[in-house]
Design a protein around this ligand. Sequence first.
Ligand SMILES: Nc1ncnc2c1ncn2[C@@H]1O[C@H](COP(=O)(O)OP(=O)(O)OP(=O)(O)O)[C@@H](O)[C@H]1O
Ligand SMILES: [Zn+2]
Ligand SMILES: [Zn+2]
Length: 797
Amino acid sequence: MYAKVIVDVPTGGTDRPFDYYLPEALAENASKGMRVLVPFGQRKLTGFIVDIVSETKLEKVKSVSELLDLTPVLNNELLRLGEWLATETICFQITAFQSMIPAAMRAKAMKKLSLLSKREKLPMNVQALFGQADEVDWAQVPADARLLRDIRNEAEQGHLTMKYALKDQAKHRKVKAVVIQRYETPPATEKQKQALLFMAEQYGEGELVAIQILMKQAAISRSVVNTLIKNDYLQEKEIVIDRNPYTDAEEDGNEEKATLTSDQTDVLAKVKKNITQSQATPMLLHGVTGSGKTEIYLQAIDQLMEAGKEAIVLVPEISLTPQMVERFKKRFGANVAVLHSALSVGERFDEWKKIQEKRVQVAVGARSAVFAPFTNLGLIVIDEEHESSYKQEEYPRYHAREVALWRSRYHDCPVVLGSATPSMESYARAAKGVYELLSLPERVNQKPLPDIELVDMRLEMREGNRSVFSTSLLEKLRDRLKKGEQSVLFLNRRGFSTFVMCRNCGYVGMCPHCEISLTYHQRDGQLKCHYCGHEERLYERCPSCESAHIRYFGTGTQRVEEELQQLLPEARIIRMDNDTTRKKGAHERLLKNFGAGEADILLGTQMIAKGLDFPNITLAGILAADTLLHLPDFRAQERTFQLLTQVSGRAGRDEKAGEVVIQTYNPEHYAIQLAQSHDYLSFFKKELGQRKQAGYPPYYYLTLITFAHPNYATAMKAGEHAGRVLRSNLGEDAIVLGPTPSPIARIKDRYRCQCMVKYKDEPALTELLRELFTYFQKEIQQDQRFITIDRHPNMFM
Ligand SMILES: Nc1ncnc2c1ncn2[C@@H]1O[C@H](COP(=O)(O)OP(=O)(O)OP(=O)(O)O)[C@@H](O)[C@H]1O
Ligand SMILES: [Zn+2]
Ligand SMILES: [Zn+2]
């Protein structure tokens, strides 16, 4: 027997199956979708078996060295999905396959065969293998056909399992930590001072911090920590960390269902109908904020579980809040696996295993959970379907929605796309009848959507108010404080990133390697580039004119918090941003505190825009609505409308009515006006007109090809070549733009230019892009990625 293997070398020449002989001992136990170790040139590489055949056309083939799995890690469906993914997104097959399995399996981890039941239950030969031990190294297991078969059988019955020896494999693990011992006399070096200050500020006295975490957060090396320990500034201890991320959220899964409103009942009936009739129908659920969309997902899933089916629920990473997870845990208890990036590699693997071993019927997770290895899917839900995080911005550049639609056709099950502000593309499809449109036009509580006041910040400025807070917003905040009600304040981090500018000559601190301004980090007084990591100290004088009037601009959440505290000294404020949520569990804790009424105001970035469902919030404030409006991106208006609507939706979700204040410098802009009147449909129509005129989705599909090279002319020449090939091979309707320099013209010392293809129906394009991809791959070194092809791009920078 021969195995056709996709090997782990992501280059053009190896992007096809290679034939390997399967020695008898392995042949019997090998199957499609398992990983193997094979000789390749001088090396041994891992690969995926994509087929097993009885003949090969080749004269001489090498043998498979080792099977790496007991059971396939990719089933037939996922193997086919991987092929489709590679074709559609123009990437290598190996890249597609790797992206569908948990990172733990990708790592070169040591594998152990581990006993799950009494050893007496095992056949004699397997018992002998274990002897008195509970685990054996997989590498030591002899390649004996019968033994391997028996091991596999036992694994299938759950008596054995393969473990990956990851650093955090144990349920509890011990790690080295430090606690502050003294800080009266400052330590010798800047770095040490900085580390100690960081400890004092972020953790205070008596609090233990894992050394690994401290190193990452304070950006210091281990030797700095060691010196501090040696000089008695810090004391070293050992702490035990629990691996279960949801210790607080263990629920029994018996929460009562809500009695549905009549709109909800109608919608649920339609979803259920498609589930029971196995219809691969995409449905767009357009429901205003607080209309009870999540309740519908829960009840639909509840029913399909009884029929033995499975469900995937995708939510954006940032709305994978403890609140969301808790709702699923409360309803389904241990029958849910949760997959998101805050988990460690080991934890994610554990959750994935639950799915693969059929111990759960529901997976809730961010983008990559769309690959959950279920075999009997009854429903896929994509909540907040308009979110741009559903698109992966590295290879394979897939959109979770497209993968979900593919799987739904494979399993004959419906997909529900839910949103209060559907993407232009999805709503257009629903309007054309390609998707079934479901709607929930009212809130569950029968209350109207909150009143939204627009505040013109230009007028505030003219009236001499230089604060971040308008008079009206401040007044309303005071009012809530008096009444004991809660407020959320939203600050868009992207627009507020702080850069350094000279007030005298206008000089802006730029990264010397990338065409982008440096961001000021107050904590360590450094200027940093967010693209390449370049760092320098904040200048005291302008490097250009030597003036001392150089300072940082923009307002970070921290500064807003300070100002707010000064204006409202009695307010209890919780700030949620990247800085305050870095510590594991911090996100949960802050929200819990807020939910428990321990604060009056929640001030935060994107992470508070979604999913929050607290009854006592009656005021939502958006400090600067315009920050998204001016990005060089045709979706800027759409994103602004979506964000304003989402944040507004946090207020007045229960008995008490809600109110919203939007501060803006463009109060007459339609995206802002229509968000104020809660008028999605008018926004859709208006925006559709704009898109039509400019030739953007949903009227045209887009493909973006970016070339990057240390030499500007080389990059442009490649762009011109690609432009020529595309122009001469595509149909009349297709528009090829460029090459032009990219909006960010240089990153990491490489110049960037791009070609944009706009098209309606170009069956030949996929093939053509593949050819370009292969052509340019040949020309370049592996480490210098030179061409990037993005089908249906979300970012144009
Ligand atoms: N039929 C119902 N009766 C009573 N309460 C309900 C009902 N349906 C949902 N709820 C509650 O109403 C609140 C809002 O519902 P849910 O979070 O499902 O809305 P949503 O549409 O998903 O909101 P958003 O998109 O704004 O996050 C929740 O607290 C939920 O438990
Ligand atoms: Zn840089
Ligand atoms: Zn200057």
